[in-house]
Design a protein around this ligand. Structure first.
Ligand code: MD3
Ligand code: FE
Length: 214
């Protein structure tokens, strides 16, 4: 089908206080970013982790950087080693660090240097229920998220689990910077619809760049 919008330039729009969507900002680098995702995941394969409650997550994850986020019987935490293997996480590629810092700068966070990158892989039906990201030491640091491949419906709620949530479609190349008051909002991803994307096949990938420790 003819894609009437494929030539449209990237643009930025505020989503909420402290949150900015940089639509399509990662499109130009998407091929390079995906090659690096393959490289990281060849060293530390995507893995469906078990929540502290004993459930297998539908989203498969890996990490790169000085720290990685994971979940196991002991709970959720950032650590220098993958508890599943005892190995350090692969180094964060320079392009990842540079790209995330540049996006954060555009959104008004000029000092952001990530020390952790969580990579989520969604297959059809995979979802992330509403949650807050609060395992990081300094919640004044933003999180930069980069979506690649199949689109997903993102839910953006309030400060309590039961608050009404807005729905936002996150598409290939969309970058979102979450800082300020938005940093502690509940958020999630609705079950992924099946499809085929020319770059990522049957999957959606989401990279989140974080500062885990001061
Ligand atoms: C809003 N990831 O990894 S990205 C996560 O698409 C996570 O895989 C989703 O939520 C994904 O924790 C959503 C958008 C996102 C990331 C972090 C946030 C939104 C956020 C932190 C605070 C508020
Ligand atoms: Fe999150």
């Amino acid at each position: 089908m003819l894609d009437l919008f494929s030539e449209e330039a990237p643009w930025a729009e505020p989503l909420a206080d402290g949150a900015v969507i940089l639509r399509r900002w990662a499109r130009e680098e998407a091929g390079n970013l995906m090659r690096l995702v393959e490289e990281v995941s060849s060293q530390n394969p995507f893995h469906h982790r078990i929540t502290p409650g004993g459930h297998r997550m539908s989203v498969a994850m890996t990490n790169c950087g000085d720290f990685g986020w994971s979940s196991d019987a002991r709970g959720y935490q950032y650590s220098e080693r993958d508890s599943a293997t005892g190995h350090r996480w692969p180094a964060m590629p320079d392009l990842f660090r540079r790209f995330a810092s540049q996006c954060a700068g555009e959104a008004g966070f000029p000092q952001f240097t990530p020390d952790a990158c969580l990579i989520n892989r969604y297959e059809p039906g995979a979802k992330l229920t509403l949650h807050q990201d609060k395992d990081e030491q300094d919640l004044k640091q933003p999180i930069v998220s980069v979506s690649l491949g199949l689109p997903a419906v993102f839910q953006f709620g309030g400060f309590e689990r039961g608050d009404a949530a807005q729905r936002v479609l996150l598409e290939h190349g969309d970058v979102v910077v979450w800082g300020g008051p938005s940093r502690l909002r509940f958020h999630g991803i609705l079950p992924l619809k099946p499809g085929i994307h020319p770059l990522t096949g049957a999957f959606r990938f989401n990279l989140t760049f974080r500062r885990a420790f001061r």
